[in-house]
Design a protein around this ligand. Structure first.
Ligand SMILES: Cc1ncc(COP(=O)(O)O)c(C=O)c1O
Length: 812
């Protein structure tokens, strides 16, 4: 029975570097320098080729089953197709296009060894199979001891989940290989228990394997698929800092098994090898479930799976030693300590901890469902048939959590679109703040209340000192409406300057200032053209002054420039634009009361011009006697990643700032911030009062949002994740010609695609793949990526992969 199991493979074939180099040349046409690498069963060499590439040449264990060797090639090819961006080895074919080559080896090539593997015989092969794969950079996680640097375990979880998702749909007979470490085959090794010494260890192992029958029964009902099956510290690669998992190698132990086994193996091995402690596992599970949901039943078997796997490791060692193999004794000691710790922490507590960490059970990701026609019909009747509804197959969202939303039939979608849940959907701190205040009183600003005052104090602390007083409303539109009224009353002017295709809201007055929705812009409104950056240089241009070209109402694209010339060109173009716009207003009898500008230039198409662009515009507006209204509805509260306020990044000093969408994280809250004198004049003139504006519940929500931003360092996250996001998208642009430009900054990124139809196709394609996005810009060809602020790098990977898949799929 035991003989049927694969445990010890034959030793790697004896091959020297000279042979490796000549095989590289003969079989693959590569001139390369070979350096020996570690390998448990294959003889591996790193090849540094003359054209600067790094590859790994593997002389395959002669005892490896033909089917298993073929299975590995097939699996790697499958992953290359389903997750081309995942860092695992990629097979490089021989000159003849074969995935596995065969080479003759002098003297048979196989080293002495053998053992208890299949048949247990040393091979007398005279030829050896070879496989060439890409070199996966990184160092072995095994070198990182527990406690691991912050973030590592989470990223290990994410990587493994990424791989598991990539393996969905893969099947091959090799997945049935009888690996001894597969807990489902533990029965074959139970007779070894009798040989375990000392008795205390034997008792510990018996206790660990006691629930085996029941465990196997429960495993039968679990979701199964192809899994790596051996993700431990010797197969996981980490970055230099040791705080991120960057790759996975060695798919030699792949089997078809429950997903839960994948995680249990990792947990068991990391524990026995000392690479992680039990306290770090919630992080691992959070990372895993950020990409691949687990069900309650998966988590509930983890404890027994881990103990069984650890015990099995010792039994295999006993078996091998009885078979004459040399093994170290450390494993038994480490395994015993791990089993004792698991027992002392208790199955119930640990399972509960892990369930809490996974958070989400019983959800599917990104599968299209049909929304009941009845619900759509009822909505038509209730809200009017023309009430906007996203997607041809509308979404019935019933729950949100962080960056995820859930539909009525438990589909989970990654939200890369909504900025209202600024600190994350249903953030518990904001929810609690709203609930606690609502339980006490929801009054209005005609009564004294400390929360609203505290909120103003907190907000104005972050602003230039002259912006020192606030007025409260319930939406961005209302805030802009009031700001516009203030500007007119303060200046005595009637004209407005806005950006091309700007959007500022829905009241009568601000609709007129919103060319994006206003079919006929009135004569007192003039538009300033979008700054146009040189393709694919945008993000760099804003910070480093790289090449830029400018278009305007007066000039079309100019040639890319560099250095100080850039600022001059931008300034000159913007100055011409604004001067002409004011002249056109004047010619119709209007002076500008204000420039109203969304600092993120969102509906204009998402641009991130350097301060040189706005400087002449602001100067000209002031010279003409106008105010500047900074509409921070989109860019406020740190979305740019570099600054808390969008106008600081843009480089202007507003007279009035307006806020909406993100400030209450979903609770309606609009704010107008300005100089106290200006505000007081407006109050005197109008007797302003808004019933709901600034009520204590709204103030509680606003305060909680500021707290969470601080506590979770979300502005910093917007910068690091945003930079990473832009970089990954730019990399994708190299292989996807439909991407014309990636621009924006922080977590406000625009991906300009070739045309409106392509963008619509992409938005729908992403939705099919479980990712919510939208489109922007006058031509409707800018993919808008504007997720909640707790968006992390692992989420970036989901989007990049889904975008790559969508753009690679053949369009109907
Ligand atoms: C820049 C900008 N200003 C104002 C508004 C209007 O805000 P609300 O929808 O809360 O009225 C929006 C809404 O999308 C916006 O994007």
């Amino acid at each position: 029975m035991v003989e049927g199991l694969l445990a010890l493979r034959g030793q790697p074939p004896a091959v020297d570097t000279t042979t490796a180099e000549s095989v590289a040349l003969d079989l693959y046409g590569l001139t390369a320098r070979a350096t020996p690498l570690e390998g448990e069963r294959d003889r591996n060499f790193r090849l540094d080729t003359s054209d600067g590439r790094r590859l790994v040449l593997k002389f395959i264990d002669p005892e490896a089953d033909e089917v298993v060797v073929d299975g590995q090639s097939a699996a790697l090819a499958h992953i290359a197709a389903t997750a081309p961006l995942l860092s695992v080895p990629r097979v490089v074919g021989t000159r003849g296009g074969e995935l596995v080559g065969v080479v003759p080896l002098a003297g048979g090539g196989a080293a002495a060894g053998g053992g208890v593997g299949r048949g247990g015989q040393g091979s007398a092969a005279v030829s050896c199979r070879v496989r060439l794969v890409s070199f996966v950079p990184g160092r072995l996680m095994q070198e990182v001891r527990s406690p691991a640097p912050a973030g590592l375990l989470r990223s290990v979880g994410t990587r493994i989940a990424h791989l598991d998702r990539a393996l969905v749909g893969f099947f091959h007979p090799a997945l049935a290989q009888p690996i001894a470490w597969d807990v489902r085959r533990a029965h074959a090794l139970l007779p070894m228990l009798a040989h375990v010494q000392p008795p205390k260890l034997q008792r510990t192992l018996r206790a660990a394997l006691d629930p085996l029958e029941q465990l196997l029964q429960r495993m039968r009902g679990l979701r199964s698929q192809a899994i790596h099956g051996d993700c431990h510290g010797r197969n996981l690669l980490v970055n230099n800092a040791g705080d991120a998992c960057v790759g996975i190698i060695d798919l030699g132990d792949m089997i078809h098994a429950p997903l839960a086994l994948e995680i249990a193996v990792t947990m068991a091995e990391l524990l026995t090898d000392g690479n992680a402690s039990l306290d770090e596992f919630p992080e691992l599970l959070t990372g895993y479930t950020s990409l691949q949901p687990l069900e309650r039943a998966d988590v509930e078997v983890l404890y027994d799976l881990i103990t069984a796997r650890v015990a099995l490791g010792v039994l295999i060692q006993v078996w091998r030693e009885r078979d004459g193999a040399q093994t170290g004794s450390d494993l038994a000691t480490a395994s015993e300590a791990v089993l004792e710790e698991l027992a002392s922490r208790g199955k119930e507590d640990l399972t509960q901890q892990w369930l809490d960490a996974t958070g989400i059970q019983s959800v599917r990701m990104g599968r299209r469902r049909v929304v009941p026609a009845d619900l759509v019909r009822r909505r038509h009747n209730a809200l009017g048939a023309n009430a906007e509804l996203s997607y041809d197959q509308p979404l019935h969202l019933v729950r949100g959590e962080g960056v995820w939303v859930f539909t009525s039939d438990a589909e989970r979608l990654l939200d890369v679109y909504n900025n209202v849940p600024h600190v994350g959907h249903a953030h518990p701190a904001v929810v609690a703040a709203i609930a606690n205040q609502a339980k006490r009183i929801a009054s209005n600003t005609r009564y004294l209340d400390t929360r609203i005052i505290e909120y103003v104090e907190r907000l104005t602390e972050t602003l230039p000192p002259d912006l020192d007083a606030c007025l409260f409303v319930n939406s961005g539109s209302e805030a802009n409406d009031i700001a516009w009224r203030m500007a007119k009353s303060h200046t005595g002017h009637e004209g407005a300057l806005v950006m091309t295709f700007a959007y500022h809201g829905i009241t009568d007055a601000v609709t007129a200032l919103s060319p994006a929705i206003c079919a006929r812009v009135p004569p007192y409104v003039e538009q300033i053209a979008a700054p146009k950056m040189a393709p694919n240089d945008n993000a760099a241009a804003s910070t480093t002054g790289a090449a830029i070209a400018a278009t305007s109402t007066t000039s079309t694209a100019t040639a890319p420039l560099a250095g100080a010339d850039i600022a001059n060109v931008i300034a000159a173009t913007a100055e011409a634009d604004v001067t002409n716009a004011i002249a056109r207003l004047n010619s119709r009898g209007f002076q500008p009361a204000a420039l109203m500008i969304d600092s993120a230039l969102t509906s204009t198409g998402i641009y991130d011009p350097p301060p040189a662009w706005i400087a002449p515009i602001a100067a000209a507006v002031r010279k003409a006697g106008g105010l500047i209204i900074g509409d921070e509805v989109q860019f406020g509260l740190g979305r740019s990643g570099s600054h808390f306020w969008g106008f600081t990044r843009r480089g202007y000093h507003p007279d009035i700032v307006t806020l909406g969408k993100p400030v209450g994280n979903g609770y309606p809250l609009g704010v107008v911030i300005t100089r106290r004198a200006l505000l007081e004049k407006f109050q005197r003139d109008t007797g302003f009062f808004s019933t709901f504006g600034g009520n204590p519940v709204a103030a509680a929500a606003g305060l909680a949002v500021l707290d969470v931003l601080d506590k979770e360092r979300l502005v910093e996250n917007a910068r690091t994740t945003g930079d990473y996001f832009a970089r990954r998208l730019k990399e994708l642009a190299q292989t996807q010609p439909a991407i014309r430009e990636v621009r924006g900054c922080g977590l406000m990124i625009g991906v300009e695609l070739t045309d409106r139809a392509t963008t619509k196709y992409v938005v729908n394609g992403l939705r099919e793949r479980g990712v919510l996005t939208g489109s922007e810009g006058p031509l409707g060809n800018v993919l808008k990526l504007r997720p909640p602020m707790p968006f992390r790098m692992e989420h970036v990977e989901i989007v990049v992969e889904a975008l790559n898949a969508t753009l690679s799929a053949s369009r109907p």
